[in-house]
Write a protein that binds this ligand. Structure first.
Ligand code: ATP
Ligand code: MG
Length: 324
């Protein structure tokens, strides 16, 4: 039997809260997942379920008033959440873990050329090599011609700008790239080109990718594993094939039903009915209770993680099955 590969990054019991004037908002509330070397993980869920907060936590780039309050994020036996800031800034952020933040392509500085923005990042990191060559190589690695270095952001298409921000994130050769909604606001053709680029980066550079998206159809094109996030928690995780073909959690089932089927004659798009709960006062027990077609009395108690073949599902429907 093949030995199980050890995880590159293991996140356990992670809780990240925003301490707002209106109360404590539990954006990430007890999240567990692992990512293996060269694997790609898709994190999927509706708006405001905590996806970007989870990504920013791994980069320790949380916005005020957010704070990691509990849990661990272990990379090579070191808990990143406890690492002194100076050490994290000097040796992990951008160098080992990099992130394409949500909407980053819209905040490229309009008054500087792409080349000078790339150069600035290299200066900030005290890059010692041949800067012009590095810029040209990094543009090529994301499928752009090196003449792009002379252009200003407004001269580029959305797809080109997205490639530029991916190149920026990769400048210091990280081993894990977190891409937060990198295809949102791009047309379908460009979306699939960006996904192909992420696949190529994985194959050629061996980079692990965490892809954050609200779009389950996008994630199914690239992810080895899928984690489904709902109201600050991961409700289901497993290999992409298993989650997609055999979704266990009623929320995952509803998300999959909402994916428009290309070849289907059905014109109607299904949405997941109802709204997620407040993260300031989330209900005790399963947070999907109010929207779940299978809700039972026991669902008012917090569902533990029931193991499935390649991951887990947090849902009382599987209580008996996992005991056998
Ligand atoms: N700086 C902040 N201060 C207070 N609350 C915040 C802050 N940033 C995010 N939140 C709240 O935390 C929750 C999770 O937000 P987050 O941006 O992580 O969700 P998301 O899943 O990335 O959503 P989207 O799909 O819309 O990008 C939301 O309720 C949001 O309002
Ligand atoms: Mg987000």
């Amino acid at each position: 039997m093949q030995e199980k590969a050890s995880p590159k990054l293991a996140v356990s019991g992670l809780k990240v809260y925003y301490f707002t004037d209106g109360g404590t908002l539990r954006a990430v509330d007890g999240v567990n997942f692992q990512i293996l070397g060269n694997e790609s993980l898709g994190i999927v869920g509706e708006s405001a379920c905590g996806k970007s907060t989870l990504g920013a936590s791994l980069m320790r780039s949380l916005q005020f008033p957010g704070r990691i309050v509990e849990g661990s994020m272990v990379l090579d036996n070191r808990d990143l959440s406890k690492m002194p800031s100076k050490e994290f800034d000097g040796s992990v952020r951008w160098k080992r873990i990099a992130m394409v933040f949500q909407g980053a392509m819209n905040v490229l500085d309009p008054v500087y050329t792409i080349g000078s923005q790339l150069r600035e990042i290299l200066h900030e990191h005290e890059f010692q090599g041949d800067i012009a060559r590095k810029i040209s190589e990094s543009l090529k690695s994301v499928g752009l011609d090196d003449s792009v270095a002379k252009r200003y952001p407004h001269e580029l298409s959305g797809g080109m700008k997205q490639r530029v921000v991916i190149a920026m994130a990769l400048l210091m050769d990280p081993e894990l790239l977190i891409a937060d909604e990198p295809t949102t606001a791009l047309d379908v053709l460009v979306q699939s080109q960006i996904i192909d680029l992420l696949k190529k980066l994985r194959q050629e550079k061996g980079i692990s990718v965490i892809l954050i998206t609200h779009d389950l159809a996008i994630v199914s094109q690239i992810a080895d594993s899928i984690a489904i996030m709902y109201a600050g928690q991961l409700v289901e995780m497993g290999s992409a094939q298993e989650v997609y073909r055999d979704p266990k959690h009623p929320y995952t089932q509803a998300l999959i039903a909402a994916v428009p089927k290309l070849r289907s004659s059905e014109k109607e798009i299904h949405f997941v009915a109802g709204r997620p709960p407040s993260l300031i006062n989330p209900p005790e027990g399963c947070r999907f209770y109010d929207r779940c077609p299978h809700a039972m009395d026991i669902c008012r108690k917090n569902p533990p993680a029931f193991e499935r073949k390649t991951g887990y599902v947090h849902c009382w429907l599987y209580e008996k099955k996992s005991e056998t």
